[in-house]
Structure formats: C-alpha cells, structure tokens
Design a protein. Structure first.
Length: 115
C-alpha cells in the first residue's frame, strides 16, 4: 500500500473526508432510512454498470481491442443521441420525439411508429 492510499484510508476513518456525515456510512439521511424505490433504483443502476463492465471485458477477451472499442462506440451513441435531442428541441422547436414524428410523418404514421 502506497503512502497516498494510507493517507486516504486514514482520512476516511477519521471522518475528515466526510466530516459530520455519519449518515453517509449508515445509509440514512436525517435519521431516516431510504425507501424501497431508491434502494431498488440504486441496485438496478449498479447492476447495469457491473453488467456493462462484464460485457466490455468479455468482448475484449473474445475480439481483442476491437471488441472493447465497439462496446465503447455503443456508449458513444448515447452521447450522440443526446446532442440530437437537444438540437431537435432548441433548433427544431419540437417538444418531444413524439411531436417530431407526428409533425414529420402525420398522426397515422406516428401511431404506427409508437408501437
């Protein structure tokens, strides 16, 4: 263990990183336990990230660097979609994807596209 890790561990144990925050370590806020929705949401998000890391590792193992880069490209698509949605709202004046589809293709096709 390096000197930096020892310092960090000591700072956490002494409470200097989170001073006066015992709820951080006890999982409570204002002496109230979190409700089931928050706990379940946290669990699902943690599982998704863990599964994502496993998928990236498996693709890297099976296909080498190309597999890992391909999986990173999948996450890049979320960023690109975010930029597209922001542009649709700001430049296009659309309120939602549904509004865009209805405006471009009409109500009948919008109903077919929404499934």
């Amino acid at each position: 263990m390096g000197a930096g890790a020892g310092f960090q561990r000591g700072a956490v144990y002494r409470g200097t990183v989170c001073p006066h925050r015992p709820e951080f370590f006890k999982g409570a806020r204002n002496h109230h336990a979190p409700n089931t929705v928050y706990l379940t949401s946290s669990l699902v998000i943690s599982w998704l990230f863990a599964k994502s890391i496993t998928n990236a590792a498996n693709l890297g193992h099976s296909f080498g660097l190309v597999g890992g880069v391909a999986y990173a490209g999948y996450y890049l698509s979320f960023v690109v979609a975010g930029f597209v949605l922001v542009a649709m709202r700001t430049k296009g004046g659309y309120r939602s994807i549904h509004h865009f589809l209805e405006t471009k293709f009409g109500r009948g096709r919008w109903l077919c596209l929404r499934g």
